[in-house]
Write a protein that binds this ligand. Sequence first.
Ligand code: ADE
Ligand code: ZN
Length: 339
Amino acid sequence: MADLSGFIAGLPKAELHVHIEGTFEPELMVALAARNKVSLPYADVDALRAAYSFGNLQDFLDLYYQGMNVLQQERDYYDLAMAYLRRAAGQNVLHAEIFFDPQGHTDRGIAFRTVIDGLWAAMKDAERAFGISTALILSFLRHLDEAAAERTLDEALPWRERFIGVGLDSSEKGHPPSKFQRVFARARSLGLKAVAHAGEEGPPAYVHEALDLLRVQRIDHGNRALEDAALVARLVREQMPLTVCPLSNLRLCVVDDMTRHPLRRMLQAGLVATVNSDDPAYFGGYVNENFTAVQRALGLSRDEIVTLAGNGFRAAFLDDAAKQRYLAALDSYVVAASA
Ligand code: ADE
Ligand code: ZN
């Protein structure tokens, strides 16, 4: 089988599903813990990394929220986002739409302003320094109630121009999209885009709810949609993008082996699948490693890889001119690589 890792590395890509808090590498976490005089329950970076073994989504979330506690000052948020964007740009990610979880910070007494000012300054500096384009998506924590999400949206409104949409993440089972119908309706009425994690661990019914009740424009993950043929037909008919995260799926036991990952079946069914990293610091790889791992395991062809990269730009919240520019860059790369 052809080794496509070099081709993947140079490929122009978009990243549509990455949690900024999930890019918190152990080295940076240990450094910021020292700077902020926060004690971590691990002796060193190796011990921290060794703890990253998860049986399910909740196992991961417990560590993810614990890691976030280290983030306290505006410059911490800046350093976190800058480290991710430097790395993403180095992997030829031309455009990144980044989730942040305000409630993971404000519930610890960190001001919303501290979080968004740090992230925003890094985004603007990275755009200038690396030529990457960026956008933020404010994600509500679904294990909390809708009133808390409403308060978070209120708190965010002074910075309305700094985020393009709302999302829904955290513990999926037992927290259906229907719980957040009103806050999503309000967000949409403010002109915000809507996305939601659905069908990662939760049933296909949650994907239906995300579409019907939250009126999302993308489904984050969506793996379990494949259990429902009528739902697959609908997602294909509506050309609803899925932001798929192969290494996350493996590390959270959504798939038991990468050779059984559903990505090729998704493409063959006509679904608009994209490849993303989710929480790269916890799951062993950024976007290139996600592409490479799933390409190798499934033996994906170069054409399939190009389709996936193209889907990333087509599914992005960009205007048509920007999409065409990125797709043209992708085309030129593929032509040059074939010469
Ligand atoms: N928050 C961060 N990563 C997540 C994931 N994969 N699923 C749900 N919530 C998350
Ligand atoms: Zn996610």
